[in-house]
Write a protein that binds this ligand. Structure first.
Ligand SMILES: [Zn+2]
Ligand SMILES: [Zn+2]
Length: 461
């Protein structure tokens, strides 16, 4: 999933050389799903910058509005897709407790005489509007709806504190585990305890949000005289972002009086604030034209597989370096939760089972997936190449390496097949303390679909 920023300014558009970096157009962003879904959030003057990403006139669009303040809808009347006859557009907006105006009425007021010559109903596209309650975030007309499905994406909503009410939007892409919350025009200091709790749980469910993009219109010193204006401070963005565990924390709705230099300084401050709170989240000040990749937290199984593969490739590299008498003893921990792999020399391997160790306490290095990328307890091996790991192994386990030096072509050939199998997504195990499906003579793999012939026997007595 990707977010493209068409406009990031709050209150009103600005222009001039001093705004060249962050841009002067008001709020409008596009969320692009991996399967081609297109969701626009807000229709400020930056809306037209998104046109090149909106496909042709037969591609459907969904537009989510946070609220109807002019800086968030000003780009709508001149938005070309509204006038395309084959274009289907769904606009979702808020509706106050009183019920009026609803999304259709609010936008009809904006797009009709005397403010605009073409009325919304005559624009031409196949347009439907949909209402969300600004009081409790329920989808009107479908009170039990938990989220709106757009292709593979799930859209959720949460009302936030802002004069007249405002909605924060959350988009999840379950296929990639990525998610983004876009919360502009939110006054954190004016939110009730309940609203804060609601927003935090909105950022945490169905799983912790990967990217939070939040209103940081003010710096801390500016806020006091501007209480009630409907915006938050940098410090609040940092605190909320760290609290909800976002891996990217971004600021949007930049004040018109803040030029590139000011925003650059604040961006540095945001990073410092987040670090002070003990988080290593990536931070950013949204820039017009920026294309931000939203990636999900890594799935634990993928992480296990990635680290296990690194260990297996390290041994392949050791074989290439002339240590072919080094063998692996892969297996599952008694709990069945961790993949373990000992590396030892062929003399410490049973003669009747080419992947079981004679003596676990003798000359063996053991990796457990529970250690993540701290291979063999090393703190400095994160992201290392197989070559780097192999070099460290020889340095740090000189005895095991010396005993493993020499040729064993049969084993090295067998080992190449293990590596190939691993690269298709499996992990080898030669024993399993937690189940009895490991048959003698066969090296099954996790998942059980592919099987491998056992390696030649060891030289242990
Ligand atoms: Zn605004
Ligand atoms: Zn507003």
């Amino acid at each position: 999933m990707k977010v493209i920023f068409g406009g990031v300014r709050g209150s009103g558009p600005v222009t001039g050389a001093q705004y060249a970096v962050y841009g002067g157009e008001t709020t409008s962003v596009l969320v692009l799903g991996d399967s081609g879904e297109r969701i626009v959030i807000d229709a400020g003057t930056g809306l037209n910058n998104l046109l090149p990403h909106l496909g042709d006139s037969t591609d459907p669009l969904v537009m989510l509005l946070t609220h109807y303040h002019l800086d968030h809808v000003m780009g709508l009347p001149a938005f070309k897709p509204l006038y395309q006859r084959e274009r289907s557009i769904k606009i979702v907006g808020k509706i106050p407790a009183s019920g009026r105006p609803d999304t259709w009425q609010a936008l009809t007021t904006l797009m009709d005489e005397p403010y605009w010559p073409v009325s919304l109903k005559d624009a031409g596209s196949m347009l439907v509007t949909c209402n969300v309650s600004a009081r409790d975030g329920s989808w009107l007309g479908d009170i039990n709806r938990e989220f709106l499905g757009v292709g593979q994406l799930e859209v959720r909503v949460c009302p936030v504190a802002h004069p007249g009410g405002c909605l924060a939007w959350r988009i999840d892409e379950p296929a990639t585990g990525s998610s983004v919350v876009f919360a502009t025009d939110m006054e954190w200091s004016a939110a009730s305890a309940e609203q804060r709790k609601d927003f935090q749980s909105f950022c945490s469910k169905p799983k912790p949000v990967s990217t939070l993009i939040m209103d940081g219109h003010f710096s801390g010193d500016e806020l006091t005289p501007r209480t009630g204006w409907g915006h938050s401070t940098l410090k609040e963005v940092a605190a909320v972002g760290v609290e909800v565990g976002a891996s990217q924390i971004g600021v949007t709705h930049h004040a018109p009086e803040n030029d590139d230099e000011t925003l650059g300084e604040r961006s540095t401050r945001l990073t410092a604030l987040v670090r002070e709170l003990g988080s290593d989240a990536k931070t950013f000040f949204a820039r017009q034209g920026q294309e931000l990749e939203i990636t999900g937290a890594e799935n634990p199984e993928d992480e296990t597989h990635r680290n296990a593969t690194a260990v297996l490739l390290m041994v392949a590299e050791l074989h290439r370096m002339g240590y072919q008498r080094l063998r692996i003893t892969p297996g599952m921990s008694p709990s069945g939760m961790y993949w373990r792999c000992g590396v030892t020399n062929v003399e410490n391997i049973m003669a009747d089972h080419g992947a079981l160790v004679m003596d676990e306490s003798a000359d063996m290095a053991t990796y457990s997936s529970g250690a993540g990328d701290r291979f063999f307890g090393w703190d400095d091996a994160r992201g290392n190449s197989p070559q780097d790991l192999a070099r460290k192994f020889v340095e740090r386990f000189p005895v095991i390496a010396r005993l493993g030096r020499g040729d064993d072509e049969d084993y090295a050939l067998w080992y190449d097949d293990v590596v190939k199998l691993t690269q298709t997504g499996d992990l080898p195990y030669a024993y399993s303390d937690w189940s009895d499906d490991s048959q003698e003579g066969i090296l099954p793999t996790v998942g059980g679909t592919s099987q491998l012939v056992m390696p030649p026997g060891g030289e242990g007595a």
